[in-house]
Design a protein around this ligand. Structure first.
Ligand SMILES: [Zn+2]
Ligand SMILES: [Zn+2]
Length: 334
């Protein structure tokens, strides 16, 4: 029996739920959950904001734990291995995207807690390809938030080829942004943090930023024309996107990783004359996850977390909803 905390209805508190797991498929793995981070996506799923939730379901997709059961076909893991599991718990493995190492873009991608039970539980089951070994130097409590929020910002930095001297700007210093600053700085970039609040300045510097722009005081970014090679936007709010595009150097790129539902209006001319790009990025493939965990372990990139016992999940969810967590909440099983 697997025991967890489930959403039974939108906008209601989670309540205990126990279920008998199906027989493991040959490619599946059962993970004993030691920690599970809370992501804003969990809140959206609980409230059915994306119209994709079916109740009851156990949320949670920032899992770290140990392998306790393996399907016959799983060769790359052993029982007792420490593994992380993020947003994705399955893909088809046969489509063009899967075969080219972009499993996160598979049209048949399965979410860890979409249409199945996730990680606010004592155990969780997933396609073993998405259970990523946690390097020895990485503490379990930090691995969960890296598996979702971490890879969300690591992947676009890597894909752009951020390296020593690249000028990176990170919009928003929160659950995603504080990890983006660290990753970019450890890749050797000169990082500027962009925030609406001066209160984030010192912390941004402590994460590795060397520049800071208060976008409320400088909404037109006039003093920063053609300054950045790569801008990663983690915010959900609307901004002066044209002004931000104007801060891009030739061949620079503005990449969205925040779940932004509003249109982005910029002049095509401002893109073509400087060969600038606007792009988006979503989570990361198993290969990218592995690379990200290794990089974080080696370079000391860690999310800033608050921990609460799994049984206090409703209190923890409320803190995340109220935006009072600095910066990721992690539930701990005893
Ligand atoms: Zn997430
Ligand atoms: Zn596929």
């Amino acid at each position: 029996m697997i025991n967890g905390y489930a959403a039974y209805k939108a906008k209601e508190e989670l309540k205990p739920l126990s279920y008998e797991p199906k027989e493991l498929k040959t490619n599946e793995v059962e993970i004993k959950v030691t920690h599970c981070g809370i992501c804003h996506s969990d809140l959206h799923l609980i409230d059915n904001d994306w119209m994709m939730s079916s109740y009851p379901f156990i949320p949670g997709h920032e899992v770290s734990g140990t392998v306790v059961r393996l399907g016959d076909g799983v060769k790359h893991l052993q029982t007792g291995d420490r593994v992380g599991l993020g947003w994705q718990a399955g893909s088809c493995h046969t489509c063009e995207q899967c075969e080219s190492g972009h499993e996160n873009l598979c049209a048949s991608s399965q979410g860890t807690c979409v249409g199945r039970h996730g990680g606010y539980a004592d155990h969780v089951i997933a396609d073993a390809a998405f259970a990523i070994k946690i390097p020895a130097a990485m503490e379990s409590e930090f691995a969960g938030p890296l598996m979702c929020g971490g890879v969300t910002v690591f992947s676009p930095l890597r894909k752009f080829g951020v390296k020593k001297g690249t000028r990176v700007a990170v919009i928003g210093i929160g659950g995603l942004g504080h990890m983006a600053i660290q990753f970019a700085a450890k890749m050797g970039a000169e990082v500027t943090a962009i925030s609406t609040s001066d209160s984030k300045r010192e912390e941004a510097f402590s994460f590795g930023a060397t520049g800071f722009i208060n976008s409320r005081k400088e909404p037109d970014f006039a003093a920063h024309a053609e300054k950045f090679d790569f801008i990663v936007s983690t915010v959900f709010a609307s901004m002066n996107w044209q002004a931000l595009v104007n801060t891009l150097r030739p061949r620079g790129e503005l990449c969205f990783v925040g779940a932004l539902g509003i249109p982005v209006e910029v002049s095509a001319f401002s893109l073509l004359t400087r060969e600038r790009k606007i792009s988006g990025s979503a989570i990361g493939s198993p290969g990218m996850l592995e690379e990200m965990l290794e990089f974080a372990a080696t370079h000391g990139v860690r999310p800033m977390i608050e921990k609460m016992p799994m049984k206090d999940v409703n209190l923890a969810l409320k803190k995340v909803a109220d935006n009072t967590v600095r910066y990721r909440m992690v539930l701990v099983n005893d």
